[in-house]
Design a protein around this ligand. Sequence first.
Ligand SMILES: Nc1nc(=O)c2c([nH]1)NC[C@@H]1CN(c3ccc(C(=O)N[C@@H](CCC(=O)O)C(=O)O)cc3)CN21
Ligand SMILES: O=c1ccn([C@H]2C[C@H](O)[C@@H](COP(=O)(O)O)O2)c(=O)[nH]1
Length: 283
Amino acid sequence: MKQYLELCNRIIDEGCWIENERTGKRCLTVINADLVYNVEKNEFPLITTRKSFWKAAIAEMLGYIRGFDNAADFRKLGAKTWDANANENQAWLNNPHRKGKDDMGRVYGVQGRAWSKPDGGTIDQLKKIVDNLKKGVDDRGEILSFYNPGEFHMGCLRPCMHTHNFSLLGDTLYLNSFQRSCDVPLGLNFNQVQVFTLLALIAQITGKKPGQAYHKIVNAHIYEDQLELMRDVQLQREPFGPASLSINPDIKSLEDLETWVTMDDFEVLNYQHHDAIKYPFSV
Ligand SMILES: Nc1nc(=O)c2c([nH]1)NC[C@@H]1CN(c3ccc(C(=O)N[C@@H](CCC(=O)O)C(=O)O)cc3)CN21
Ligand SMILES: O=c1ccn([C@H]2C[C@H](O)[C@@H](COP(=O)(O)O)O2)c(=O)[nH]1
């Protein structure tokens, strides 16, 4: 929580106002933030100065693991977060690659599970990582990348958290996650949960101990219509102590994650929080 508050305060104290063409809004922006989550000690990085809808964040991550390309599939798991980008952005609605209502195109998990090869066929990046880690192998290239510039025109949004790089030191699994663009009031609340949970889950299904997750953010911003709520409401609240995450121990394989796992398999313990805040969302 401390590192989240420090980043919010830094944006407010030192941020630069930058015009964003895609959304038509101004963003108060800083460059570079490094957040660390202690997964080993189960210090779940949940925001306490407002209610966090952490189940939707985990549902989103599970959808990426499953390679979903459709906002309706995310909704069924419990995340409405892709509805707007799939159905309300004019540039995407006009895009000939859009396959109809709720289609997101070749984004995130599609790249993670079915990266197209130039000579035909696809690459399942996640399966290769899980298979290697299970065998105790870290080839120094255990990288899950959603960032495929050759297919940006076939998706509704370029991935923000675009790369997850796993590392094994003995029996301990580490994760470095890279994010190019971060909506700090809305997105980061989700992204922190996702980085933590991704390491916890991959460690669990590969039989490794989770260590630290390192989350690097490049462009961290607050949209102009979110600033007042952040500065005058959320940042005026006293944070509560940390929560922890409990994951169903019966989840043992990538196939389990792909088939029967639901949000009922996740529980948060000791979550004390202030009231929800409804931040404006920019499509
Ligand atoms: N401008 C913008 N910010 C983002 O954070 C973002 C995007 N666009 N586009 C792609 C995804 C979608 N994400 C989202 C979308 C919506 C919420 C959101 O509305 N959260 C609310 C309520 C969540 C709920 O009820 O489940 C929140 O209070 O956190 C969060 C993240 C993160 N990403
Ligand atoms: O996981 C996510 C996904 C998206 N965001 C935010 C960051 C930006 O505010 C927008 C994406 O806009 P771009 O013009 O493509 O940078 O969505 C996030 O914080 N986390």
